[in-house]
Design a protein around this ligand. Structure first.
Ligand code: NDP
Length: 259
């Protein structure tokens, strides 16, 4: 036999085994440089995922990726910019292979009464929290359809379900995510892509650092703010639950129980 025939023979023998190998678990974590996204990344690494840590500030994303160990990627991307998002997916696929898991934890808040909220702050919250998630989901779904499966978890908020004075715009951006996530879940279920959402209450991160925790914990049934890793556990549960889609998992210390 010629060299080429031997190679063909060898390839043929290996092919069924390669096809049986489980697909590598590659997850894009938008907003993975800090807070809840970083905690998600830390748990995913323990479970053998290869990760892309994505945020606007590359230095912070790189530091987080370095702490996770070798083989993970840090990228700078503003989720509001479609071209940025597309470039990011191309870069991830070049370096890590197809993306079959996506976590959307990039988010901002500009709290204030509506009458005092500037239009630019309304736009930035809706753009980052809602449009940004739509753009990353669009890019991910395109890739997941080719791979015949995948899982997405979007981070919403209890405020998007119940409302909160001083957070009407933020709440609207998160409520929008509910309709988006559930509709997308229906749209892509037949393609074996699952879309779920976690709705946290108050979690100890940079986003809540300005809040007076002692006063606020009086209103939380469990009597404390949540920790990022406690939200991350819920994210991992949804990423890895093969028969759960279109679900909203509330992780709020019991806030939802209140009137
Ligand atoms: P942090 O402020 O700690 O982290 C936010 C992350 O998002 C950072 O990695 C930040 O990096 C990234 N980010 C922000 N804007 C953009 C953007 N335009 N493009 C790309 N990345 C961006 O927030 P949390 O960890 O607290 O919040 C994570 C998610 O959880 C958010 O969606 C938030 O709304 C939600 N949430 C948080 C709660 C809390 O109590 N902390 C409660 C309920 C929901 P960089 O600035 O470098 O871009």
């Amino acid at each position: 036999r010629s060299g080429a025939q031997w190679l063909e023979c060898l390839g043929g023998a290996l092919r069924p085994r390669l096809e049986r190998l489980p697909m590598a678990k590659v997850c894009a974590v938008f907003g993975g440089s800090r807070g809840i996204g970083k905690a998600v990344a830390q748990l995913l690494v323990q479970k053998g995922y290869r990760l892309a840590i994505i945020a606007r500030n590359l230095e912070v994303a790189q530091t987080t990726a370095n702490h996770l160990g070798a083989g993970h990627l840090a990228l700078s991307c503003d989720v509001v910019k479609e071209q940025d998002v597309q470039n990011t997916f191309e870069e991830m696929e070049r370096n890590l292979g197809p993306i079959n898991y996506l976590v959307n934890a990039a988010g901002i808040n500009r709290d204030g009464l509506l009458l005092r909220t500037k239009t630019e702050d309304m736009i930035s919250q809706i753009h980052t929290n809602l449009l940004g998630t739509m753009l990353t989901c669009k890019a991910a779904v395109r890739s997941m359809i080719q791979q015949q499966g995948g899982a997405i978890v979007n981070i919403g908020s209890i405020v998007g379900l119940k409302g909160n004075p001083g957070q009407s715009v933020y709440s609207a951006s998160k409520a929008g995510l509910v309709g988006f996530s559930r509709s997308l879940a229906k749209e892509v279920a037949r393609k074996k892509i699952r879309v779920n959402m976690v709705a946290p209450g108050f979690v100890r991160t940079d986003m809540t650092a300005h809040l007076k925790e002692e006063q606020m914990t009086k209103t939380i049934p469990l009597g404390r703010f949540g920790e990022p890793h406690e939200v991350a556990q819920a994210v991992i549960f949804l990423l890895e639950s093969p028969y759960v889609t279109g679900h909203i998992l509330v992780v709020d210390g019991g806030l939802q129980l209140l009137a």
